[in-house]
Design a protein around this ligand. Structure first.
Ligand SMILES: NC(=O)c1ccc[n+]([C@@H]2O[C@H](COP(=O)([O-])OP(=O)(O)OC[C@H]3O[C@@H](n4cnc5c(N)ncnc54)[C@H](OP(=O)(O)O)[C@@H]3O)[C@@H](O)[C@H]2O)c1
Length: 257
């Protein structure tokens, strides 16, 4: 049996978070699960009596997040892992560039995650082999059309985590950034473009858990998909932009035929 950890997992009501919650609960870890929707959290908690704390909160509400942290502290006294997975994705539809869309996506992916980091760090300081984990995205390897807001938010999160890694090293708090490719979840269900090498949420959760147990500082998958993204990103900018435009033009022509 692995070490039984005290784990705070956000975004646990669907998709990758729910699949990860299932795996972690089955391994016997103690979980504090957070999301706005309570029912999926309660359903999981009812199958693991005494093992799961259900903490509903809107993570963009800093006060609510502080209260979540205080509740965890009162019950467990500390945290071993904080897995900040909650996120949101909206695509930009030009010519109508929307600053409020940017604001909404940043609110969840960057500011809500910062709220959680603020609440989690004091608890991780009382943890066993403490680890702060954030779920970013492989979108940060390559600028993609319509991903202005989502990509920028995940790029901000990447920098935030990499910077924190340096500042937390002396305290013995490790960090992990998770960079998934396409995963089958409610977030991607309405995407109207090809999603190569898409994984199920269960498979994604398994990859994340293996990486965390190994203590990886970055967990990226699927490997071949990431390789292609990084290869494209390494092209000269004019060629990368020309290839993207040509692909979009071909897709548009296919739509009109
Ligand atoms: N699916 C992919 O292809 C993919 C690829 C790369 C990265 N990711 C990242 O993986 C993470 C999980 O995404 P997913 O695909 O599993 O999406 P999902 O099924 O839509 O799950 C998103 C989770 O975040 C929670 N959440 C969103 N806004 C929240 C808020 N304001 N307060 C509290 N909780 C909030 C949702 O819970 P409630 O709605 O109940 O609050 C839900 O549990 C995200 O960070 C996403 O950016 C996903």
């Amino acid at each position: 049996m692995n070490l039984q950890r005290r784990i705070w997992l956000t975004g646990a009501s669907s998709g990758i978070g729910l699949a990860l919650a299932e795996l972690l609960a089955a391994e016997g870890h103690r979980l504090a699960l957070t999301a706005r929707r309570r029912d999926p959290l309660l359903a999981l908690a009812s199958r693991y009596p005494g093992q799961v704390l259900v903490i509903t909160a809107d993570l963009t509400d800093r006060h609510a997040v502080q209260e979540a942290g205080e509740r965890i502290e009162a019950i467990w006294g500390g945290l071993d892992w904080a897995i900040l997975n909650a996120g949101a994705c909206e695509y930009m539809e030009l010519p109508a560039f929307s600053a409020s869309l940017v604001e909404r996506v940043m609110q969840v992916n960057v500011l809500a995650t910062a709220n959680c980091i603020e609440a989690a760090l004091p608890l991780l300081r009382h943890g066993e082999q403490p680890r702060l984990v954030a779920v970013g995205s492989s979108v940060t390897y390559l600028p993609l059309p319509r991903a202005e807001a989502y990509g920028a938010s995940k790029a901000a999160l990447r920098y935030l985590m990499q910077s924190l890694e340096l500042d937390l090293a002396d305290e013995g708090i490790a960090t992990t950034l998770v960079s998934p490719g396409f995963v089958e979840t409610p977030m991607t269900a309405s995407n109207d473009f090809p999603m190569p090498m898409q994984l199920t949420s269960k498979k994604a959760a398994q990859r994340i858990l293996i990486g965390l147990e190994r203590g990886q500082r970055e967990i990226r998958f699927p490997g071949r998909f990431i390789f292609v993204l990084r290869l494209l990103a390494a092209l000269p900018d004019w060629l990368r932009v020309a290839l993207t435009r040509r692909r979009r033009e071909a897709a548009r022509q296919q739509e009109t035929h």
